[in-house]
Design a protein around this ligand. Structure first.
Ligand SMILES: [Zn+2]
Length: 250
């Protein structure tokens, strides 16, 4: 593997509040991309068009930069149903992922039975569309359909949709080509000892933390503004340590 992913600079107070406002007002499926668009305004492509693995690697990098490396998630044990705490080191997770490439080349086409099917990796808009499907099967089919590129059969361009087994091969290759889109944490159930790998929805995970941090920051603004009469902008621009120190003075 080449270069690996690294933490990003953390969100400052102002960016944190802007990310929270922007992401809180939209479809939850778009939140991760909305947070990235605030954190990384100079991305070469719109955040919602980043391949999901690239998006999630950047979100994890932003999470480690903003809230630190240790992370604790809660997952239900598939064996006994007990809710188990899953602890992970976000920096180690990042170091195991390839460096995100927002303008990466599309993967090689899939070639099966005379079909040659070009495809791109799924992005946030694809996932949001799939999330509106009635069931998982329909969602998986829509995801592949949306990502198909040029299709040829025996070297002749085909307007016909490839048969299900070819689409299944494309779907499998889409997943293989974007492993960071399915981040997993190895864990052991404290109740029954079962080992499994829990999926980490990094966009949702970061959103919950970010919303809590934004509300916490506004509570500090409220308390300091009431006590000292300072403007919101001034209070938000202070370091967290300085705000806490003022709040601890009585
Ligand atoms: Zn268990």
């Amino acid at each position: 593997m080449g270069e690996t992913a690294r933490p990003l600079a953390g969100l400052d107070g102002d960016a944190l509040l802007r990310a929270w406002e922007r992401a809180g007002a939209i479809d939850p499926a778009l939140r991760g991309a909305a947070v990235l668009s605030v954190a990384l305004p100079d991305l070469p492509v719109a955040a919602e068009r980043l391949p999901v693995g690239c998006r999630d690697t950047l979100l994890l990098a932003l999470r480690v930069g903003t809230f630190g490396a240790p992370l604790t998630a809660v997952a239900d044990c598939p064996a006994c149903g007990e809710a188990a705490e899953v602890e992970a080191d976000g920096a180690a997770l990042l170091a195991a992922l390839p460096a995100p490439d927002p303008v990466g080349e599309p993967p090689d086409p899939v070639e099966v039975d005379g079909w040659r099917v070009a495809f791109r990796l799924a992005d946030t808009l694809d996932l949001a569309a799939a999330a509106r499907c009635a069931d998982a099967e329909e969602a998986a089919a829509l995801l592949v359909q949306r990502c198909l590129g040029v299709v040829t059969r025996n070297d002749v361009p085909s307007a016909q949709e490839p048969p299900p087994d070819v689409l299944a091969a494309v779907s499998a290759r889409m997943e293989q080509a974007d492993p960071a889109a399915d981040l997993r944490l190895r864990t052991t159930c404290p109740a029954c000892g079962a080992c499994w790998s829990a999926g980490l929805d990094v966009a949702e995970f970061l959103w919950v933390e970010l919303a809590a941090a934004a509300v916490g920051l506004l509570l500090e603004v409220d308390a300091l503004a009431a006590r000292y009469g300072w403007a919101e902008r001034e209070i938000v621009a202070m370091s967290p340590l300085r705000r806490r120190t003022y709040l601890d003075l009585s």
